[in-house]
Design a protein around this ligand. Structure first.
Ligand SMILES: NC(=O)c1ccc[n+]([C@@H]2O[C@H](COP(=O)([O-])OP(=O)(O)OC[C@H]3O[C@@H](n4cnc5c(N)ncnc54)[C@H](OP(=O)(O)O)[C@@H]3O)[C@@H](O)[C@H]2O)c1
Length: 290
């Protein structure tokens, strides 16, 4: 087995990738890139090699990627700085002799800046282009929105009885972060994924009417869906003391859902997993303990 390095392994997705890799390949074939090794003590205890590095520090990446054949590059979460960070990672991969880079990108309908979630698009689009022009073998995972963002966007919906989001009639295909991690591990440990892009999402997309209906069924109480305008939504949240950054993020993603930016149901995820991914119903049942 070739040596694999997973970045972002102290985060939710990277952790899920490593946990799944450990089920199929030896820990001696796995390294992780972390900023703070103390956060990866659990992985070290399982025999995973810890390499310290930061996307902002090119030299640290070249050093960390030495001897690595496959790199799982988790997109960073420092949105304004991701283009130089990912550029560092890809250039360092080339310099270190990495053969294959698997990148966690995102689903989208438009690439022209008209999406309300365009603020997260720039780095993904630039990174995909860089990879395609790099001469490296690459695989692009167009990850769906995580199911896990739904409770963050919807707030304490069982208490309020209302999903209040400016997403209109838009539908979105989601996936659990655990399933996306398992699919990433399947790509790393498997063959035949060179120069391919996968839409990693459930095979069905859902509107917030669907989410409200499922939550109503599961909880036995009526959950309504109300879609304000983006302006009304922003004003209401600001009035409730929600920080501006959180309002910007939730509004942007909700409006983008309304625009159909993430409506890409696909069977790619199921094929990579070898079983049906977690459904929205199962997710809601678990997340809200219903
Ligand atoms: N599809 C979706 O719905 C969705 C939702 C949220 C995020 N995302 C994207 O998907 C990525 C993975 O998701 P996640 O849930 O695993 O995010 P997460 O839990 O926030 O993890 C992000 C990981 O990236 C690492 N990281 C951040 N900046 C870095 C840097 N400068 N150098 C090296 N490592 C760095 C973090 O390390 P530390 O532990 O040191 O901070 C952490 O391990 C996110 O970073 C974001 O780009 C997608």
């Amino acid at each position: 087995m070739s040596h694999i390095l997973v970045t972002g392994a102290t985060g939710g997705l990277g952790q899920a990738v490593v946990e799944n890799l450990l089920k199929t390949i030896s820990s001696s074939d796995i390294s992780v890139l972390v900023r703070d090794p103390a956060k990866a003590a659990n992985l070290q205890a399982q025999g995973v090699t810890i390499r310290q590095g930061d996307y902002n520090d090119y030299a640290s990446l070249v050093k960390a990627f030495a001897g690595v054949e496959k790199l799982f590059l988790v997109s960073g979460n420092d949105i304004p700085n991701r283009v130089p960070q990912h550029t560092n990672a890809i250039n360092a991969a080339k310099e270190a002799g990495v053969q294959h880079v698997v990148y966690t990108s995102f689903q989208r309908k438009t690439e022209d800046g008209s999406s309300a979630a365009a603020f997260v698009a720039e780095a993904h689009l630039a990174t995909e282009k860089l990879l395609q022009e790099s001469g490296l073998t690459y695989t692009i995972l167009r990850n769906a929105l995580y199911f896990e963002v739904l409770p963050l966007f919807m707030g304490p919906v069982l208490q309020t009885g209302t999903i209040y989001l400016p997403a209109g009639e838009g539908r979105s295909a989601y996936a659990s972060r655990a399933d996306l991690g398992a699919a990433g591990a399947a790509v790393l440990a498997g063959q035949g994924h060179a120069h391919k892009s996968y839409d990693l999402a459930t095979a069905q997309s859902y509107s917030f009417h669907d989410v409200a209906r499922l939550l109503s069924e599961l909880s036995g109480q009526e959950i309504r869906y109300v879609s304000p305008t983006a302006e009304e939504f922003g004003t209401a949240l600001a009035g409730a003391g929600v920080p501006a950054e959180a309002i910007h993020m939730t509004t942007g993603f909700s409006v983008a859902i309304g625009q159909g930016e993430f409506d890409f149901p696909s069977t790619d995820l199921e094929k990579l997993l070898g079983h049906a991914p977690l459904s929205l119903r199962e997710f809601l049942k678990e997340a809200y303990k219903l």
